[in-house]
Design a protein. Structure first.
Length: 195
């Protein structure tokens, strides 16, 4: 997939150059012109600065913590009505209590009239709540995962907690490359064809 994105970027660069050279009156800007080269290098960072990149990072952290915490296995055991060990039961009760607290706090910040995270008109979409929904979910998943792992003994030290929070980033590395290439390709397409 990353190779296809990179290839599409090269094709777009060449096509923009050919169209701009063959039809100078066309509303197409070449990525090989001085303006195009300046734009490509000068806007690279701002092209990548999007909420998608931050969301991918936060979700990767939460996913890594979730997968390594032992909580998914405990949930499967609860659903299958298989007995949990004492430590798993205690940790599961702790996670349920934390989830209730998270939901209560978010409800208090969003549901009352004139809620802090609601928009000026009182709606939740769009609002501060809708813009922070992914970070809120990622934070909650990370906290309950770490709590479960700590309560069951699967996370005995800060080093283990750090590994739990970073393993998702390393496993999602191919997605980072694809997202970077896709964002740059998208913005390059806009530069070439839309003034």
């Amino acid at each position: 997939m990353a190779f296809l994105m990179a290839l599409a970027q090269v094709v777009l660069i060449l096509v923009s150059w050919i169209i701009a050279a063959a039809m100078p009156s066309a509303a197409v800007r070449s990525l090989l012109s001085t303006e195009g080269i300046r734009w490509f290098f000068g806007r690279f960072t701002s092209n990548l600065s999007s909420p998608l990149l931050v969301w991918l990072l936060l979700l990767a952290v939460a996913w890594g913590a979730w997968r390594t915490s032992g909580l998914p296995q405990a949930l499967r055991m609860v659903v299958a009505k298989r007995p949990l060990s004492f430590r798993q039961r205690f940790a599961f009760q702790l996670v349920v209590a934390e989830a209730i607290v998270f939901l209560a706090v978010i409800s208090l910040l969003t549901l009352p009239s004139h809620a802090i995270l609601a928009s000026a008109t009182g709606t939740l979409f769009p609002s501060s709540f809708s813009r922070s929904l992914v970070p809120i979910v990622a934070f909650a998943v990370s906290v309950v995962s770490l709590s479960f792992a700590a309560a069951t003994g699967a996370c005995p030290s800060l080093q283990h907690a750090f590994r739990m929070l970073t393993v998702g980033i390393s496993r999602s590395a191919p997605l980072w490359l694809i997202l970077i290439l896709a964002l740059q390709l998208f913005h390059s397409f806009l530069f070439v064809f839309f003034r």
